[in-house]
Design a protein around this ligand. Sequence first.
Ligand code: AMP
Length: 114
Amino acid sequence: MAEKTLFQKIIDREIPSDIVFEDEQCVAFRDVNPQAPTHILIVPRKPIPTLDDLTEDDGPLVGHLFLVAKQIAAAEGLDDGYRTVFNCGKNAQQSVFHLHLHLLGGRSFSWPPG
Ligand code: AMP
């Protein structure tokens, strides 16, 4: 069997993390190296490596991740807005190859991103 990803180990409670939300489809926890006052990673339980690995069947799951992001943003009081990001592959600096949606908030962000 393939080696578990870091995030799979977090989902399986083999590595500690600050979990803020979970349901049958995903787990959300605080990023260990936050880039904003609120920085949460929303991770599907299904071990999909990258955005490129999604299939048509994963459409509802991805939609669910965004609905969870919206729900957490409200719970975190991000009333002035927030950013959601999927990094995909080398040029986007993806470092953990288990799909995850970044939810960032609590400060103002510039555009274009760096
Ligand atoms: P990415 O670069 O898009 O693959 O994002 C991976 C994210 O995982 C980075 O923002 C890291 O800070 C974060 N990260 C790495 N290890 C941990 C960990 N043990 N707990 C929480 N977040 C982590």
